[in-house]
Write a protein that binds this ligand. Structure first.
Ligand code: SF4
Ligand code: SF4
Length: 307
């Protein structure tokens, strides 16, 4: 009997479908989910649209990335992101089933705060911490959380591979996933909440990890300040002391080619142009040449010398 190929036309067609639906996008703000990243340079390069972002470049990176050796196609990566997103709904249903009250739109209506809004399109709470720094919240548990039924909690849901899941289970979110820890601090700060529920689902086994996290005002303010500083900075930040061409976090980073490989960015857009500068208070980039908001590439484009 002829053996059938493992990666057959069915799976290839599904992945191709997802790839055909994909439109490259770049978040125009500085995300609360990113601001706890270890490297200033990475956050800045990403914010300035200087890293790979076309469909072909992303596909190329998927093929060559050591980190994603089990990812065979861009379509598979897109399905993986979709799974992470869908898990939020499943977790919310489970929490409601055990008595948690979750109604994000009502929360915003009943607890108005500056910078907090309800986004009808995405059906999420949006937080704006000023100067490009913003994000979207997974949810707020009004009451009913076992162990602390009267205390409102921010809800942050993550999916995880097995190894990082074990790490967070053993060491807690602050030590194992500092970026997530910071993200929750910023959301709690914006929403005026004192507690968060961090809930992780292991994708392989469906094991759950739940941790209650306390609000830390000092951390929140320090990272809000970091976000505002990076948004306003009009040069590439210095290399972190720990960084090197052979350091594992650099080797896995999208910025490696530019930081260590002697390459310059090939991303032609206003944010990589020498004529642009950030107008952080109005959350926009301006063009020095024409005095207008820099929203599109023009013939005067000139790549920044430090990119
Ligand atoms: S390669 Fe290293 S130094 Fe460069 S952006 Fe990435 S983590 Fe930072
Ligand atoms: S409008 Fe033209 S010159 Fe101005 S920032 Fe954009 S690409 Fe550069």
């Amino acid at each position: 009997m002829t053996s059938l190929p493992i990666y057959n036309p069915v799976t290839a067609a599904i992945d191709a479908h997802h790839e055909s639906q994909y439109t490259p996008w770049e978040r125009d703000h500085l995300g609360c989910s990113q601001i706890g990243h270890k490297c200033d340079r990475y956050i800045w390069l990403k914010f300035r649209f200087a890293l790979e972002r076309t469909k072909e470049q992303i596909e190329d990176r998927v093929k060559t990335s050591k980190k994603r050796s089990s990812i065979r196609s861009h379509g598979q990566l897109l399905r993986l992101f979709r799974r992470g997103h869908m898990e939020e709904f499943t977790v919310r249903e489970d929490l409601e089933a055990i008595g948690c009250v979750i109604d994000d739109e009502r929360w915003v209506r009943e607890h108005p705060r500056p910078g907090v809004s309800w986004n009808d399109k995405s059906q999420q709470i949006g937080v704006d911490l000023g100067k490009f720094l913003s994000g979207s919240v997974d949810g707020v548990i009004h009451s009913g959380l076992p162990g602390a039924p009267k205390t409102p909690h921010l809800l942050e849901v993550k999916t995880s591979g097995t190894a990082p899941f074990h790490e967070v289970r053993e060491n807690g979110v602050r030590e194992a996933k500092f970026q997530h820890f910071v993200q929750m601090q910023l959301y709690m700060h914006a929403l005026g909440l004192k507690r968060a529920l961090y809930l992780v689902v292991c994708k392989e086994t469906d094991e759950l990890y739940a941790e209650r996290v306390e609000y830390d005002r000092e951390i929140a303010l320090a990272f809000i300040a970091r976000g505002h500083w990076l948004a306003a900075l009009n040069r590439v930040p210095d290399y972190p002391e720990w960084a090197s061409a052979s350091w594992w976090e650099c080797k896995m980073c999208e910025g490696w080619k530019q930081c260590w490989g002697g390459e310059t960015t090939d991303q032609r857009n206003c944010r990589t142009c020498v004529n642009v500068f950030p107008d952080v208070d109005n959350r926009r980039f301006m063009c020095r040449l024409n005095g207008n908001e820099a929203t599109g590439l023009c013939d005067e484009y000139e790549k920044r010398f430090d990119l």
